[in-house]
Design a protein around this ligand. Structure first.
Ligand SMILES: Cc1cc2nc3c(=O)[nH]c(=O)nc-3n(C[C@H](O)[C@H](O)[C@H](O)COP(=O)(O)O)c2cc1C
Length: 415
């Protein structure tokens, strides 16, 4: 077993050669998502990294979202023409450069000022959709103005009905392509790291403040412009709850604990475009979602931040695929760090994946250019992997090309 995380199978225990990630300023030298992550860790203060990286409780769901990919191996084919490989794929019935959308992540203003504009611009220029969170620090109208953007709106239901009515109406007026209703956060995951950063609900701890002060570059690009605000819902917050921390707690407290299918039905009636439900894991819930006329589901555990000890999206994907007709979208989120992860997800039945941290590492490391770089890295890896496994296009991926890592099934000679 490696003694520290710089040791790999190619190292002699304790003697190396140790793997070094590139965390310097030259974007072109970043080779993998791990390099972007290393630079993000160099630049961000500790409390921001905790927010970016952390999961709920024991972080078992967080770990599983990553390790689940290791349970599947490729079964490569040789002597196949792989001269014309492509990673393009339809996402919600429209061609995209990758089978991917950038996941909704709230409070991105902690990483840099105007972070959601940077993420959305990178998504638009690269050619994949961007999902904006209800907890975003930019208005949806500002994001909607980005040329060529495939803009999806992620809805949290909180407070009275008039809040989600207004958000849905605004998303319609903004021309958002899809509505993503997140349903796994009505009871907020226990995130101890988050509690340790603060004294009470609004005061950062002295060590958090000190550590933030030691990151002048981050301060200059974020908090020197004031604390980020919940730009889309600020006007719903009571006046004394409009501060960053107070607002986040207030919204959390207002999440109805009885969110149910009747809410889905009401949202379905008001929203005229594609409606996706995000945060399902249980096949029974996916079946119900299909019965309630949604256009797709996004499986996942909120990047391990909800439902600790849950199985991961990849674990249930093959079973869920059987329940989701081909004219509905089946996406997964959680743990995507490599092009091979995306290929495995598609081979096991997903139509597309979401990236949360992978693209956020790029954002923290290099802003908009870093997000684009993260997407390019995933694309390069996918195209390379396709060549290695003897597949030209993503629609050729299937259970004939991935097998469980342990106990592989008997091979079909004609497969
Ligand atoms: C910092 C952070 C903030 C998040 N905020 C939201 C959010 O506001 N709404 C939401 O539906 N999911 C949110 N998520 C979950 C992501 O949409 C996505 O499911 C998850 O990040 C996927 O896992 P990955 O980060 O390993 O790719 C958040 C995740 C992270 C890491």
């Amino acid at each position: 077993m490696p003694q520290d995380d710089r040791e790999t199978i190619a190292s002699l225990p304790g003697r190396g050669p140790f793997r070094e990630y590139y965390d310097g300023p030259m974007l072109s030298r970043a080779q993998s998502i791990a390099d972007l992550r290393a630079r993000a860790h160099k630049l961000m203060p500790r409390f921001v990294l905790e927010y970016l990286e952390g999961g709920a409780g024991e972080e078992a769901a967080l770990t599983r979202e990553r390790t689940a990919f290791a349970d599947w191996r490729f079964l490569p084919r040789m002597l196949r023409d792989v001269s014309h490989r492509s990673a393009r794929h339809a996402v919600l019935d429209r061609d995209a450069r990758l089978p991917l959308a950038i996941a909704p992540t709230g409070l991105n203003g902690l990483f840099m000022r105007h972070a959601d504009l940077a993420l959305a611009r990178a998504a638009a220029r690269f050619g994949v959709p961007f999902i904006q969170s209800t907890m975003s620090n930019e208005t949806m109208e500002d994001v909607a103005r980005i040329p060529g953007l495939r803009h999806w709106w992620q809805l949290y239901v909180f407070g009275g009905e008039r809040i989600w009515h207004e958000l849905v109406d605004r998303a319609l007026a903004c021309g958002c392509e899809a509505l993503v209703l997140t349903v796994n956060s009505q009871v907020y995951g226990m995130r101890e790291w988050d509690e340790r950063q603060r004294i009470g609900r609004s005061l950062p701890s002295p060590s958090t403040t000190l550590d933030a002060a030691r990151h002048p570059r981050w301060l200059a690009s974020t908090l020197n412009h004031g604390m980020p605000e919940f730009a889309n819902v600020r006007h719903f917050l009571p006046e004394d709850k409009r501060g960053f921390f107070e607002g986040a707690f207030w919204i959390r407290d207002q999440m109805p604990k009885d969110l149910g299918w009747r809410h889905v039905e009401a949202i379905r009636k008001r929203w005229h475009g594609p409606l996706l439900i995000k945060g399902l894991i249980h096949p029974g819930d996916v079946r119900e979602a299909m019965e309630h006329g949604v256009d797709g589901v996004i499986l996942g555990t909120h990047g391990g931040r909800q439902a600790d000890w849950s199985v991961s999206a990849l674990d249930v994907l093959p079973e869920v695929r059987e329940l989701v007709p081909r004219d509905k979208a089946l996406m997964i989120s959680g743990g995507i760090r490599r092009g091979s992860d995306i290929l495995k997800a598609l081979a096991l039945g997903a139509d597309a994946v979401l990236t949360g941290r992978a693209t956020l590492y790029g954002l923290c490391a290099h802003g908009e250019g870093g997000v684009r770089k993260a997407l390019e890295i995933l694309e390069t890896e996918m195209l390379n992997d396709l060549g290695q496994i003897g597949v030209e296009t993503l629609d050729q991926l299937g259970s004939n090309i991935v097998v469980p890592a342990k106990d592989p099934p008997a091979l079909h000679p004609a497969g």
